[in-house]
Design a protein around this ligand. Structure first.
Ligand code: FAD
Length: 467
């Protein structure tokens, strides 16, 4: 029997990932008394086993790769470049620890009550929280579910945590794999494949579709694939990974490329085929909350589930499964609960793959935009951008897509250096419903990478200066 904690909150948030912790803080700012229940670590997938540790390793491995491959071009000689993997992993953990402790500090500052344990919905605004053998009940007027997601496992290629692994294991290998197979050429597969390839692993990527990052702009994914191939990654497209057999220290993966079977061997296999909603032991059905076929919680436009007073946000409701989308939903639901007009503009959510070069986009890709009506497309290569040349990072281009009739920006796509940072210009332009001419006439500092965006916008009007 759960101990009844008499304190009733205005809001209980279940899950302290970027959706949940941001929601809790925003609600507290708006005057609500808030409890945030977390079964593992503050910061959720993003801070602990997702965005942050993967980017820490991407930054470290990029420096390692640059030191061995391009420092000499800058006139820097460094002798033998060596890898200290334990030190690299330690730095990654320090980055993670600093940020998760930061969330704890923000909870204190905003007077959010952090309740440790697994939360289960008990109906009528009640949540039972189990922490080891202890159990207690808390209650609130509103409940927001932000329980996130977990890696998808392929039934015929199950995780064993050592040879066949998810991203959680692949950000923590204790030694450098000699050969690695990555199943799935989405963001997670390409980023972690890049980390290990830069450090010296022979990486083969298997992708079922006919291109990498299948939802992205086709032309941009072709450019990215070419750049990654130059770094040594191998790609098998239109290929299904069918079975895997662990033999000694390695794994044999049977694949079928357009029906033709072959076997690829490696010492590690990363299965990066996507993530599924995490709702284990949450008690959804018991209080009448519905999920779709894939298990994502169904919500209306205001994040309300079928149960009165219970809402859901972030990865657990699907859509674009990204940290910044979860954060925006966290802010929106807190504001809606406070009687404000909370809102997320799903057309302006940027999407990034943090490879080198990076792939970043916002809005429609060219195929989607052309299917909708007449468009004007402007492109500008980083080879013609002064800053990219100074950096020795000239792979890639910017593509800007405008509605031919209204000139409104429909989409922006970038393969190139720091695409993750500079796509923000596209996201802001989309948010402000900018025309492509607005971008073309905005003064950009020189010499900078975003000048390539301005020139792509000018190219859409056939008046680019530097090509
Ligand atoms: P989560 O971050 O998954 O948090 C959910 C939290 O709820 C967890 O802490 C969990 O322990 C807790 N929880 C679950 N059930 C209960 C319960 N019953 N009781 C109490 N607590 C519970 N996104 C980006 O935008 N950029 C990136 O660069 C990026 N890189 C990524 C790299 C990797 C390797 C991975 C795996 C993901 C990456 N993502 C990235 C995706 C991003 O991590 C997720 O979209 C984001 O974390 C979703 O936030 P969330 O709050 O919905 O859920």
């Amino acid at each position: 029997m759960a101990e009844n904690n008499s304190k009733a909150f205005d809001l209980i948030v279940i899950g302290a990932g970027p959706g949940g912790y941001v929601c809790a803080i925003r609600a507290a700012q708006l005057g609500m008394s808030v409890a945030c229940v977390e079964r593992q670590y503050l910061g959720g997938t993003c801070l602990n086993v997702g965005c942050i540790p993967s980017k820490a390793l991407l930054d470290s491995s990029e420096l390692f790769y640059e030191a061995g491959h391009s420092f000499a071009k800058h006139g820097i000689t460094v002798g033998n470049v060596g890898l200290d993997l334990p030190a690299m992993m330690k730095r990654k953990s320090q980055v993670v620890d600093g940020l998760t402790q930061g969330v704890g500090g923000l909870f204190k500052k905003n007077k959010v009550t952090h309740v440790r344990g697994h939360g289960r919905l008990a109906g009528n605004g009640k949540v039972i929280v189990k922490d080891g053998n202890a159990s207690r009940e808390i209650s609130a007027k509103h409940i927001v579910i932000a329980t996130g997601s977990a890696p998808i496992q392929l039934p015929s290629i199950p995780f064993d945590g050592k040879h066949i692994v998810s991203s959680t294991d692949a950000i923590a290998f204790g030694e450098l794999p000699k050969k690695m197979i990555v199943i799935g050429a989405g963001a997670i597969g390409l980023e972690l494949g890049s980390v290990w390839a830069r450090l010296g692993t022979d990486v083969t990527v298997i992708e079922f579709m006919d291109r990498i990052v299948p939802q992205a702009d086709r032309e941009m994914t072709t450019l990215l694939q070419r750049a990654l191939e130059k770094q040594g990654l191998k790609f098998h497209l239109k290929t299904a990974a069918e079975t895997a057999k662990i033999e000694g220290a390695g794994v044999k993966v049977t694949v079928a490329t357009e029906g033709k079977k072959s076997v690829i061997e490696a010492d590690r296999v990363l299965v990066g085929v996507g993530r599924k909603p995490y709702t284990d032991d949450l008690g959804l059905k018991e209080i009448g909350i519905e999920s779709d076929k894939r298990g994502f919680i169904s919500v209306d436009a205001h994040y309300h589930t079928k149960a009165k007073g219970v809402y859901a946000i972030g990865d657990v409701i699907g859509g674009t499964m990204l940290a910044h989308k979860a954060e925006e939903e966290g802010v929106a639901i807190a504001e809606l609960l406070a009687g404000k007009p909370g809102h997320v503009n799903y057309k302006a959510v940027p999407n990034v793959v943090y490879t080198n070069p990076e792939l970043a986009s916002v809005g429609m890709n060219e195929d989607e935009a052309r299917a909708r009506g007449e468009v004007r497309v402007g492109k500008f290569p980083f080879l013609a951008n002064g800053r990219a040349r100074a950096m020795n990072s000239t792979d890639g281009l910017v593509k800007v897509i405008a509605d031919a009739a209204t000139d409104r920006l429909l989409g922006m796509h970038i393969v190139g250096p720091r695409a993750s940072d500079i796509i923000t210009e596209g996201a802001i332009a989309m948010e402000f419903a900018a025309s492509v001419e607005d971008i073309a006439r905005s003064i950009h500092a020189h010499p900078t990478l975003p000048e390539a965006i301005k020139e792509a916008a000018m190219a859409a009007e056939k008046r680019a200066i530097h090509i």
